[in-house]
Design a protein around this ligand. Sequence first.
Ligand SMILES: [Zn+2]
Length: 90
Amino acid sequence: MSTTRPAAVHIGSSSSSSGSDSDLSTTSSRSYIPNMDSVPVTVSVETIRCMRCAASIEVTSTDDPGIYGMVRISTNLYYCDRCAKKTGFK
Ligand SMILES: [Zn+2]
């Protein structure tokens, strides 16, 4: 009886290239434990950069860049609020 083994699966971690983690604990004295058994949501953080003045912000995938004043021009192209006004996008 022969068993066919699958090829060794290499679990590679494709970690994002953005370096800095945000600080987890700054004056954390509250212990908030949600007791709903909610499914953990994976939120990715991406940096949005104004293509005109290079001002950058970090948003999570659940955030709308518009709430930070960033205006999406096309895919992965943004203007900040000031530049959007100057260029007539806003
Ligand atoms: Zn700008």
